[in-house]
Design a protein around this ligand. Structure first.
Ligand code: MG
Length: 386
């Protein structure tokens, strides 16, 4: 059997590293044909040395300067594309591959994902922004070309697996699980005084600062709700969330007969990554077997929407669609950045996003240009909103 050709955009982050682990373990099944990274050239050069892809791209100009000598010293036949964001798009548009694994964070990965969709490729999507920002556009292109969107986010991979073989009309609601973050048990009145240091301390995971803050405000879950709305083509009335501190149940689907199917497993991103690459098959596990007999309790509690209004707003944005997703995402990025620089207080993150969302005139079927314009407007507005 011919190997599945993988193009990995965003090789140097944690999803990139986990993807390379999966490819390493299943070398007879997958072939890395192209790889790209933004800044962290060391990880990219290591990947090229090991996997010898046809093409590699490094997009950040400073990183290119720093990496030139090391790239020259490589003895692989890999062709290098250096310096320039457009190389990610070039790869998605021109390279011969079967699956694009998109794990570039932020808006930078967006054009490449759209290119892959236009070519009718399979897209393993670890980049939340693609669907949050361009849900209506991206899903319309996929419908036209037959491109497949396979989720890599753990919640969405779980839902995708719960829905296998099910009838879409029989879905009663999709229930996303949320760990609740570091302030799950903190009283509302104390959230006012939350410091940067407290917000950066996640109880279970070591992650980058942006996603750690997003997990504490539940903005991360809000983005996932919007993502789910597009990925599974369900209205807001069929989307729900529940707090589940152990994060063992990755998400659930309830059907019209009141049956609930849940997905459980180790909390390791290699599992959803591998499934998106091997689908519709399941192949040998990329991580050790889960010691489920040691797990004695699973807790579920309702979301306190007064304490976490970001999630409530996320449901409203999912319902509205159009350019509002891009606005919500951009305003949150700016607000978190301002909080990280201690320019605004913790609760001002939500206030900022809320005020920008309230001021936006939504365009329901936007073009990419209109999405990018809404993104730009939201960033500008959020910078001075609070
Ligand atoms: Mg997630």
């Amino acid at each position: 059997m011919a190997r599945t050709k993988v193009l990995l955009l965003g090789a140097s982050g944690s999803i990139g590293a986990s993807t390379l682990d999966v490819l390493r373990k299943h070398a007879a099944r997958f072939e890395l044909v192209g790889v790209a990274a933004g800044r962290r050239h060391e990880a990219l050069i290591e990947a090229v040395r090991e996997f010898k892809p046809q093409v590699a791209a490094l997009t950040n100009a400073d990183a290119v300067k720093a990496a030139r000598a090391a790239i020259k010293a490589l003895d692989t036949k890999t062709e290098w594309l250096l310096d320039g964001d457009r190389h990610m798009v070039d790869l998605a548009r021109e390279l011969d591959y079967d699956v694009l694994l998109a794990s570039v964070t932020g808006a930078a990965g967006l054009p490449a994902v759209l290119e892959a969709a236009k070519r009718g490729k399979r897209i393993a999507l670890a980049n939340k922004e693609s669907l949050v920002m361009t849900g209506p556009l991206l899903t319309a292109i996929c419908k036209q070309t037959g491109a497949e969107l396979l989720p890599v986010d753990s919640e969405h991979s779980a839902i995708f697996q719960c829905l296998r073989g099910e009838n879409h009309d029989e879905i009663k609601r999709i229930i996303l699980t949320a760990s609740g973050g570091p302030f799950r048990t903190t009283p509302l009145a104390e959230l006012k005084k939350v410091t940067l240091k407290q917000a950066l301390k996640h109880p279970t995971w070591e992650m980058g600062p942006k996603i750690t803050i997003d997990s504490s405000t539940l903005f991360n879950k809000a983005l996932e709700v919007i993502e789910a709305r597009w990925l599974f083509d369900v209205p807001r009335s069929k989307l729900d969330a529940v707090i589940h501190p152990q994060s063992v149940v990755h998400s659930m689907v309830e059907f019209v007969d009141a049956s609930i199917i849940a997905h459980l497993g180790p909390t390791d991103m290699k599992i959803p990554i591998q499934f998106a690459l091997s689908y519709p098959q399941r192949i040998a596990q990329p991580v050790p077997t889960w010691p489920w007999e040691r797990m004695s309790t699973l807790n579920f509690e309702p979301v306190d929407y007064e304490k976490f209004p970001a999630l409530e707003l996320g449901f409203a944005v999912a319902e509205a669609g159009g350019t509002l997703g891009a606005v919500f995402n951009a305003a949150n990025e700016v607000a978190v950045e301002r909080f990280l620089h201690e320019q605004i207080a913790y609760l001002d993150i939500y206030k900022t996003v809320r005020s920008v969302v309230d001021r936006h005139s939504n365009i329901t079927q936007p073009s990419l240009e209109q999405v990018l314009e809404a993104d730009r407007w939201a960033r500008e507005t959020a910078a001075t909103a609070v």
